[in-house]
Each structure stands twice: as C-alpha cells, then as structure tokens.
Design a protein around this ligand. Structure first.
Ligand code: CU
Length: 629
C-alpha cells in the first residue's frame, strides 16, 4: 500500500472540507492549457478586472537567444487571464519585458518600461567586450538609428559590434541669451563585443571609436567613446524601451524610449500623474544612479535627480508630493554600501533623510514592504500611513535571512521603525497583499537564496495590523520564492503566481524549473456566508470629495466599510502601488452612499477598486471607479 498516496488523500480530504475552509481558506490552481503557460514574472490587475501576466523571455536563455538571434518574437510571452471565468488570451509582446518595471497610470493604462537586452555571462567569456558611448555633436542632425550589429573601430584598428539597436538624438543647443549659444553633444550608451575570440581586442584605454557606415559631416559629428574592453563577467543588460499597455484594446503601444536602459527599475507614480523610473542595470549591466520622469501627456522621459539605490527599490508616495519614502526593501542588485538605508527622499531637492529603528538593515534584500490598511472596521474615512517591512535576506547569495517585521508611521513627528510581531519563520521573497477587510495576506517565500535546497516556506497567514496579530491560514500547496508574486483581485480573492528555483532538488544538483502554475486563494470568511451583492456602474468616474451610490437588495445595514484599493502590479516581491484608502459609507434605504475622500495625497487621480465589505468581513465584488479632480 502506498503511504504517500494515503497521506495525499487524507490531506486533500482535510483541506477540501468546509470546516477547514471556514477557518483557513482555500487554494485553487487555475487550469491553464499548455499554449497559455508562461513564466509569469510580472503581473498586473487592469481596470477591466483582468490580470496581465508577463514573462518576456522568462529568465530562459534559449528563449532570449531565439528572440535575439532569430527574431522569434513569439517566444516572448504575455497572457491575459479573466478571473471571472478563467478565460485566457495571448498578447503579442513587442520586446523582452523580462525584468521591466510597471505602473498603472492615472489614465488606466499600464506603463511598462525597461527589460532585457542581455543575459548574464559569468565564465567562458572569450570575446572582449565593453561600452561605447555614442556622441552626436550636430544639433541639426536628424535622430539617428543604429542597428544591432553596427561596427565600431578603435584607433588601434580593432572592430567591435553592437549588441543592441540604439537611437541617437541630435546635440542639445542651449541658448544662454545675448548671443551665447552652447552646444552639448548627445550621448547614448551601447554594449559592444569584439568581432573575434581574440585577446588582442582587450584594452584598458578609453578612446574615440569611428562608426562604420557614416558619411559626410556625420563622420566628424558622430563617434563613439569606447573602452575599456575586457573579458570580465557580464551582468544582465537593460533595455530603454517603454510601452503603455491599453487594457481595453489589449495591446502594447510604444511610447518614448527612456534615456537610460533599465533592468529591475521601480516606477512609483507621483501625485501629479508622472512616473519616476528609479534604478536598474543599464545597457552595459552596470547599476545606474540616473532617474527619469515619464510624462503621460507627452509620452516622453526627462532626467530626474541622481541617486544610488539598489534595484527594484520599494518607494512609496507620501503626504508630501515632493517626497518618496524608501523602506529599504529592494530586489537584488547594487553595492552593499550605497542606498541601503531607509528614509525620506525629496525628489525636488534630492535631499535624503534617513529614518532610524529598522532592525537588521543588512537583511533587506527581497524583503516585503507594504503600506498597511486603515484601522480594521473603521468607517470614519481615516487613513493609515504606516509601512511594514517583513522578512528578507542578506545581500546577494547570502545565508542571512530574517523573520523581522518592523513598522513605521510616516505621519509621526519623528518617524522611526518599531518591531511588529515576528513572522512564523525567517523567510525571503514573502508575498504580501492588502485586503479590503483590513488585513495583510502573506504567503510563500524561501529560507535560502533563490529557493536553494528546496527551502520553501509553505506558511500562509493573515496579519491584522489593528490588533497586531498573525493568524495561520491554509498552507500554500505550491512552494514559491524568487520571481513569484501576489495580487488582490476585484472579487477579493488573491492571485498568486511564479517561482523560479535555482535548483530542482534538495541537494542542488539539477537545474530548477519555473513554476508556471498560478493559483487563486479564497479567504476563510468567504465560506461562512454568501457574498454580498451590490450594484453600481462599472468603470464610472467620480470626483474626489464626491460620492458613489450603490444599490443592494439585501439589508444595507449589513455593510460596514468601504475601501478604495488601486489595481496594482507586482514583480520580484515588489508591489509599491497597493494601498487601502478608507472611505465613509452611509446607508440611505436600499442605497449605500460612499463618500470619496477629498485628500489628493491619500487619493490621487486614477483607478481604484471600490470594495464595500459586510459585517462578516466579506467584500462584495469591487466596482471599478476612476477618481478625478
Ligand atoms: Cu529577476
């Protein structure tokens, strides 16, 4: 007799029993036919209520090579899931969006910026390679496109070819008045490789390279500043492409290229609707200190303040539109001694004010950061401005891991982190989701770096910030660590995706396999009563300070709270958009009247899921609203 089978049967019987679900909730794996399966590394809930799942090349070198060398664009994957009926649709992916950044714009379109133009190479590097910065000194030049494979010649007569296509702008003309005009050359970085496996291409010099194929005055005006060229380890290289994903037409629409290529950038949306792209590895695989603003009106980028900060930094909007709060959480790349401390960053003056109190500041990589919801059950329109940092690992491939939970109130006169309750286990890559019933649902993670030694935590739990208690929920059936994430769905359930173990076995001998299964978690209270129903116009506009009127057949007195939670996006344990805004609810016969808060810092323009939740903590399906000024 097979004991494991019996154990499985017993386990399945247990977790499928109603009494179990009523206490711990329930996990369900979505059946995805083969053609739709993908390495979901990025996911976003759209204003239509559908879920966009993005892999790009999906951390799969064969896919990357097929796209890069043979232009097989179909290996790059994006799929849309409608969680209402689990229907799936494949979307054409225009470039390798693996490790891009994303943010839902106030317009309802999803900005996706950056991605991959090169996979890392650690050993067996036989071709000297390096960076050439292409300069254009002609302000009257047209915009110049240089294809991948463009040849650059060094003064020593050595030829190197570019590994990315680049766009070179004309030089900038700066008119200082009184007839004084300054010309500043434009510059665009590109990564190049020697044409041969030959050590004579190695150089430590930085010198001027000529570009093949130029003619006329371009020969003098456009040139490269190249070097050094080495056989050093090469990191992943970023992309400067950016798109707006249109949730209605369900297509990517190209917008202006970023000034810098970025791999692992964060894209906080500011109160004014602009987006700041921060951090990332550039076109040469070096971490960038540049930042840049995206303007959705012009669809163009402009430089922001320079700051050294690790990749995928957790940056939150605050009550001051000029100030972002950095919790210290990040996901993966950057020097140990730069940009690791949490604090307030004024993006106008570029001042950074460190906040004290965070324990184990050296164990913040792949930690989770989330803005906590308002006081549980509150119906006074009050907000929370507290941020929780949970778990995390040491820098790089470190053995350090923590069960730390620290919380900071950003509105305190002297903000500082104070300890919360410890996690059930030390863990990195913990996925946290804000819920309409004012708790944080947490799941997944691993103890070791990138799931090594199959060190999964199967714990799931709910954290209630109002009473500071952690409650056990149903164990996740699937282990998920690096490259996993979670999102709140408009029906109040939680979508969980991804997982990318380095190895497939406990002894770390076989390569890992990407976890392509996606799951939906239904919380326990959904099994205790029927889901309340409200009616209201979907995708309606409402003015800040205005009201939304919802109707319902059941007793309106059963409803307790209203919360506005933006549809958000997640990647690499980073979701800086999710937050819950308290709105007041009042009852007028069979109508529920929701008063939309009037504070543009708490509630900037944009799209929100409006949840009303009953006295049992069960939310009705959200009404999608667009808040305007
Ligand atoms: Cu990654």
């Amino acid at each position: 007799m097979s004991v494991p089978f019996l154990a499985d049967w017993r386990h399945n019987t247990k977790v499928n029993a109603l009494e179990y679900k009523q206490i711990y909730g329930h996990w369900q794996t979505i059946d995805m036919p083969e053609e739709f399966r993908l390495n979901t590394i990025h996911a976003a809930v759209l204003p239509t209520g559908k879920v966009l799942m993005v892999a790009g090349s999906g951390n799969n070198r064969a896919n990357f090579d097929a796209f890069h060398d043979d232009n097989r664009i179909q290996v790059l994957k994006t799929v849309i899931l409608d969680p209402k009926n689990n229907s799936l649709k494949t979307i054409e992916t225009p470039s390798d969006l693996f490790c891009s950044g994303h943010a839902l714009l106030q317009t309802g379109k999803l900005l996706v910026a950056g991605g991959t133009t090169g996979y890392e190479k650690i050993d067996n590097i036989t071709r000297p390679a390096g960076v050439v910065v292409v300069h254009n000194e002609n302000p009257d030049s047209p915009v110049k496109e240089f294809k991948k494979g463009t040849r650059f010649k060094s003064p020593a007569g050595k030829t190197y070819i570019s590994l990315q296509a680049i766009t070179v702008q004309p030089a900038h003309k700066m008119d200082h008045g009184r007839g004084i005009v300054h010309i500043m050359h434009s510059s665009q970085k590109v990564f190049v490789e020697a044409i041969a496996d030959d050590a004579s291409f190695i150089t430590d010099k930085n010198e001027q390279y000529s570009i093949e194929g130029l003619s006329g005055s371009d020969v003098h005006n456009i040139y490269g500043m190249g070097g050094p060229m080495t056989l050093d380890k090469q990191d992943y290289r970023g992309d400067d492409k950016a798109y707006e994903f249109d949730p209605i037409k369900e297509v990517y629409v190209k917008v202006g290229d970023m000034g810098e290529a970025r791999w692992y950038p964060s894209l906080p949306v500011l109160q004014n609707g602009q987006v700041l792209a921060v951090s990332g590895l550039d076109i040469a695989g070096h971490i960038t200190e540049t930042t840049e603003f995206y303007d959705p009106a012009t669809k163009l980028w402009s430089w922001g303040p320079n700051r050294a900060i690790p990749t995928y930094p957790a940056l939150f909007r605050t009550q001051n539109p000029d100030v972002l709060f950095y919790s210290g959480s990040n996901a993966g790349y950057g020097p140990a001694d730069k940009g690791r401390e949490p604090g307030f960053w004024n993006i106008k003056t570029n001042e950074f004010k460190v906040v004290p109190g965070l324990r184990y500041p050296n164990i913040l990589e792949t930690s989770a950061s989330v803005m906590l919801p308002p006081k549980q059950g509150s119906n006074d329109g009050s907000q929370s401005h507290r941020i929780m940092v949970a778990g995390g690992g040491g820098i790089g491939e470190s053995l350090l891991v923590t069960d730390r939970v620290d919380i900071i109130d950003l509105e305190h006169v002297n903000p500082r982190f104070t300890p919360g309750p410890n996690l059930p286990d030390p863990v990195r890559y913990l996925n946290v989701t804000v819920t309409p019933w004012d708790e944080i649902f947490a799941t997944g993670g691993t103890i070791d770096y990138r799931s090594k030694s199959n060190s999964y935590s199967y714990n799931s739990f709910s954290y209630n910030p109002t009473n500071n208690k952690i409650t056990k929920m149903a164990d996740s059936p699937i282990g998920r660590g690096y490259h996993s994430g979670s999102l709140l769905l408009p029906d109040g359930r939680i979508f969980v995706f991804g997982g990318d173990p380095l190895f497939g076995d406990k002894d770390n001998t076989t390569p890992g396999k990407f976890e392509q299964r996606v799951e939906i978690y239904t919380p326990p209270q959904f099994f205790k009563g029927s889901k309340p129903k409200v009616h209201g116009q979907h995708m309606q506009q409402v003015k800040r300070g205005g009201r939304v009127v919802l109707s319902t057949e059941v007793g309106t007195t059963d409803f307790k709270t209203a919360r506005l939670i933006p549809p958000s996006s997640a990647t690499h344990v980073t979701n800086i958009e999710q937050r819950s805004i308290g709105a007041k609810i009042s009852i007028n016969k069979k109508e529920l009247v929701v008063e939309i808060p009037n504070d543009g810092n708490d509630l900037p323009n944009g799209w929100y899921m409006l949840f009303v939740t009953d006295k049992n903590g069960i939310p009705a399906d959200a009404i999608m609203v667009e808040v305007t000024s």
